[in-house]
Ligand binder design. Structure first.
Ligand code: PEP
Ligand code: MN
Length: 367
């Protein structure tokens, strides 16, 4: 049921000058002065590709600051005229799209609460029909890759070909140090599914606190993301929204200067030789893992047959708990996380059960 996508690689985007593509600006446009001052300082850094500011703010609870609305679009237009920076804002309804385009906003993005809603996505896609603009789609608040891809497909079907994804983390009920859980495997899987699509990381909304920004941004760069969205405000502590995660333009420059940009590929033959050797080892271990699992399944099938002959149920909780306890302890002593061991053995156990069920439910011709 996969839709064929036609997405421009980032090198073809009008705003792209090199890695990382950087979108920065305040969480919200608050006043003309705040927008213009932040924009001038960011433009001076010579590293920002798009100036962002939220005009309509989706707030979790009512009565919080919900954005200045269309008036702020005039300020963004002025930013472009006076600093030359392309501008971007979040759109969540058809009206937002029409207004933003009327004021010449260059980049639109779909927020996490909107990309989770297929009806809203479809309406936005309709409003964008025939428009050759750039649109980023933030991951939906819930960790659902198909929903994220669905939002992208809707825009692409409407003819939008400059589509990028922004990883901003996922909501969780439990309180964690980060504001939103990164769940890096989801954007990595997205990248495998749609390799040509630009992928940005938004450390501000993942971390929720200034102190976390650098580590998240560095990790994104190490995973070969194309760019970053980082919130920056002239006086973060006075920001009307998301004040704990915004940094001054100077602090932003500091962060960018510290970032190490590694290359995805190398032509150094010595490096490639060693890498090839190490990858050979990985391939060998993967091979052995599969062989071992096959052997384990063979034993499980024998047990299944034995249980069948003796009329015993497949699942024995006590035995399973004993296995999990034993492997978790051993795993921990080998530097393997509890979470990993738990997930891996649950998967292996489930596969064993499937094999045993098959044995149980096969009519034995010999009997
Ligand atoms: C934002 O970028 O300010 C924003 C509201 O983001 P998100 O949709 O990721 O919460
Ligand atoms: Mn924000």
């Amino acid at each position: 049921m996969e839709t064929k996508l036609h997405i421009e690689p980032i090198q073809n985007w009008p705003i792209y000058k090199g890695r990382p593509l950087l979108i920065s600006g305040p969480c919200s446009a608050e006043t003309e002065e705040q927008v213009m001052q932040t924009a001038f300082q960011l433009a001076k850094l010579n590293k920002v590709d798009v100036f962002r500011a939220g005009i309509w703010k989706p707030r979790t609870r009512p009565n919080a600051f919900e954005g200045v609305g269309s008036e702020g679009l005039k300020w963004l237009k002025q930013v472009k005229q006076e600093t030359g920076l392309p501008t971007g804002t979040e759109v969540a309804t058809q009206k937002h799209v029409y207004e933003a385009l009327k004021f010449g906003i260059d980049v639109l993005w779909i927020g996490a609460r909107t990309s989770a809603n297929p009806f809203a996505m479809q309406e936005i896609a309709e409003a964008l029909k025939g428009v050759d603009t750039m649109v980023f789609v933030k991951n939906p608040v819930n960790p659902d890759l198909e929903l994220w891809i669905g939002a992208i497909e809707r825009l692409n079907s409407a003819g939008i070909k400059y589509i990028g994804a922004i990883h901003r983390g996922f909501s969780a009920y439990e309180k964690t140090a980060y504001r939103n859980q990164p769940k890096w495997q989801i954007p990595i899987e997205l990248r495998l599914r749609i390799p040509e699509m630009p992928l940005l990381c938004d450390p501000s909304h993942i971390g929720g606190k200034r102190d976390f920004l650098f580590d998240i941004a560095q990790k994104a760069m190490d995973l070969n993301y194309d760019g970053l969205m980082l919130e920056s405000h002239i006086s973060p502590d006075k920001a009307w929204s998301d004040k704990n995660q915004q940094v001054t333009p100077d602090a932003l420059l500091n962060l960018l200067d510290k970032l190490i940009l590694r290359q995805p590929l190398s032509s150094d033959s010595k490096f490639l030789d060693i890498l090839g050797e190490l990858r050979g080892q990985i391939d060998m271990f993967d091979d052995q893992l599969i062989d071992l699992i096959e052997q384990r399944m063979n034993v499980a099938e024998t047990i299944g047959k034995y249980k069948k002959d003796n009329n015993i149920t497949i699942l024995q909780n006590q035995r399973w708990e004993e296995i999990i306890r034993k492997v978790a302890t051993k795993g921990l002593s080998k530097g393997l996380s509890h979470e990993f061991i738990d997930q891996m053995f649950k998967a292996i156990h489930q596969e064993s059960i499937n094999h045993q069920l098959k044995v149980m439910n096969t009519v034995n011709a010999g009997k």
